[in-house]
Ligand binder design. Structure first.
Ligand code: HPA
Length: 273
């Protein structure tokens, strides 16, 4: 990828929304156009729906494809983030289903994670800087603190209870975890488990786009209850959370200011060797 400076951000803010399992479109999005975008990394998961929410430009992409046909380990994460970058998107809210490692975080609980443990390293194309320029982006804080604060404040405004921190362990999937793996992830500090935050989060950082995860607990992680996990419970819990999620997103989007008060927009400035 060329250094993103080549695409100037002289436009007002543009917001990207990535929908996860059970979120294939966004009700309340006033659709303007459907965009089929090609990138140097191939095609994104689906055409991107351009629309607006209360006058703010919003671009929606269903991560697993329009009909949930792409499993997490086959998603072209680079094409997805590059497509947003080409559209001039400067902030991304990323919705995802997760299992919870805390029995008290019931299905439907919303978590705004602040840390990531990546168990997919080596299994997925995880950087835009594979050849040519050598770049080491800072990833101490994998999620944008400014966007996280906006979502957490929006939640208190809408009286939505969210967990305002948490460590997301990203597994490669598509299988779910064993009970022993979950015990191990709990030991190393994970709070929630999912299959899509990586490399999505780091690619957004490399593209100098603010990125915030909004995770919906769909199930207790493996071994935390006596029954087997099913894909249906994941989809059902996501559908059930959709109304509260929409309100939260709308409130957060309205609260965004055009200026970014974080370092995401200059993530590459000290990344080159
Ligand atoms: N594990 C991994 N990914 C998930 C889970 C889980 O338990 N639930 C929803 N996505």
């Amino acid at each position: 990828m060329q250094k993103p400076e080549c695409i100037p951000y002289n436009n007002p803010m543009k917001i990207g929304l990535i929908g996860g399992s059970g979120v294939y479109q966004l009700e309340g999005l006033h659709v303007v156009e459907t965009r089929t975008i090609d990138t140097p990394f191939g095609m994104p998961s689906a055409p991107i729906t351009e629309g607006e929410i209360d006058g703010r430009p919003v671009f929606f992409l269903p991560r697993h494809g329009a009909n949930h046909e792409i499993p997490p380990h086959r998603i072209n994460y680079r094409a997805n983030i590059a497509a947003f970058r080409q559209l001039g998107v400067d902030r991304i809210f990323s919705i995802g289903a997760v299992g919870s490692l805390h029995t008290e975080w019931n299905p439907g609980t919303i978590v705004v994670p602040d840390q990531i443990i990546d168990m997919t390293v080596g299994a997925r194309a995880g950087t835009f800087f594979d050849s040519g320029q050598v770049m080491h982006v800072d990833f101490s804080e994998p999620y944008c603190s400014g966007l996280r604060t906006t979502v957490i404040r929006a939640a208190s405004e809408t009286h939505e209870i969210v967990i305002d921190r948490g460590t997301y362990v990203c597994t490669n999937g598509p299988r779910l975890e064993s009970a022993a793996e979950i015990r191990y992830y709990a030991m190393i500090g994970a709070d929630i488990v999912g299959m899509t935050a990586m490399p999505e989060a780091v690619l957004a950082r490399e593209a100098e786009i603010c990125y915030c995860g909004i995770c919906i607990v769909t199930n207790p992680a493996a071994g935390l209850k006596n029954e087997n996990l099913t894909a249906k419970e994941v989809i059902d819990a996501m559908k059930e959370a959709s109304v509260q999620l929409r309100l939260l997103l709308r409130t957060a989007i309205l609260a965004l200011s055009p200026d970014r008060h974080c370092s995401c927009g200059s993530a590459l400035s000290e990344a080159g060797v």
